[in-house]
Design a protein around this ligand. Structure first.
Ligand SMILES: [Fe+2]
Ligand SMILES: [Fe+2]
Length: 319
């Protein structure tokens, strides 16, 4: 069977104990094997156990993509599901889309996909005052470019909302944050996945990703804000960032937001060579040790975003 015919999904986006509306396959030993057929059921326990042991092996036919999205949307509109469950479904269904965002050679498709993901997040946030807190509390803290980008997207929407950004600007913010590292598509995968610190040559290549990202986006119709998130998120308020050494307010406000959420995510994420910090330890570290890099007002506002998470989910429970 041809791999392009299949699209990865996360099993935790599936409603336990209800008939599945599409066939679900498991990818084992290079083959796609029918796991569930339309009308079959799967229990919550099984979903949980698969998610722990093998989260990345479930697929549906690519031709069912719209059907799958409709299914996720309907679950998001249900009155029966608590906010936390909805946040989980939205995160999990978006993760499979994010993977495509970074792997799919068709950039235009990826850009449209990123817009759709952000629309879903914003409408969830508009519908449910606890949405942001749960979405943040569920962040994965595992480092893959797409996990990282999704988390930076969510934190950035949270921080942007707290600072009064709305409407089209909020959509641009989300899309820019999702795509901030899209230039990593052109960085050697061994460098991206390296489990230790980078050497000088590798670091020089890694530092080109904002430029690579800009040249990818230059061929497509995206807003200046989205472009800036991609090109300016490693600038530092003091002027010692890269690639342009912009200073303070020369840096686009949305790129200043991504600079904060990007570092926050890196500090709270498990890497093989460092232990993850807790959310509050990471923010305090940024405030005490790195504050000259960031817009001070935005950094203060980030504490408010964290507070939203703590108000719906005690820190001990946050993943
Ligand atoms: Fe980056
Ligand atoms: Fe990043």
């Amino acid at each position: 069977m041809n791999e392009e015919k299949f699209m990865k999904i996360r099993l935790s986006s599936i409603h336990p104990s209800a008939a599945v509306p599409f066939d679900i396959f498991v990818h084992i030993g290079g083959k796609f094997i029918h796991y569930l057929r339309v009308g079959d059921f799967i229990s919550a326990e099984k979903i949980k156990s698969f998610e722990r042991r093998a989260p990345d092996v479930f697929f549906i036919y690519s031709s069912e993509r719209l059907n799958y999205k409709k299914y996720v949307r309907e679950r998001m509109l249900s009155d029966q599901l608590p906010s936390r469950e909805k946040a989980l479904i939205l995160r999990e269904s978006s993760l499979s889309m994010m993977e495509e965002l970074f792997e799919n050679p068709d950039v235009n498709k990826a850009l449209n996909e990123s817009k759709e993901i952000i629309n879903e997040f914003i409408s969830f946030m508009d519908q449910d005052p606890e949405a942001m807190g749960h979405l943040i509390g569920l962040s994965s803290h595992d480092f893959y470019t797409y996990n990282h980008s999704l988390d930076v997207g969510i934190y950035s929407l949270g921080l942007a909302k707290v600072t009064g950004i709305k409407g089209t600007d909020l959509h641009d913010m989300g899309q820019g944050a999702l795509l901030h590292d899209i230039g990593k598509r052109h960085v050697n995968v061994d460098i991206i996945c390296k489990s230790g610190p980078l050497d000088e040559v590798e670091w020089a290549q890694m530092q080109k990703h904002p430029q690579y990202g800009l040249s990818i986006l230059d061929n497509y119709s995206v807003s200046d804000a989205v472009r800036a998130c991609c090109f300016e998120h490693h600038e530092s308020f003091l002027g010692n960032g890269y690639p342009q050494q912009l200073q303070g307010h020369e840096i686009h406000p949305m790129a200043r937001i991504v600079a904060i959420t990007d570092t926050y995510d890196a500090l709270t994420t498990k890497r093989s060579y460092n232990a993850p910090m807790s959310p509050s330890a990471a923010l305090n570290f940024m405030k005490e040790k790195l504050s000259t890099r960031y817009d001070a007002d935005l950094l203060r506002a980030m504490f408010e975003v964290l507070f939203q998470m703590e108000s719906v989910m005690p820190l001990a429970e946050a993943k």
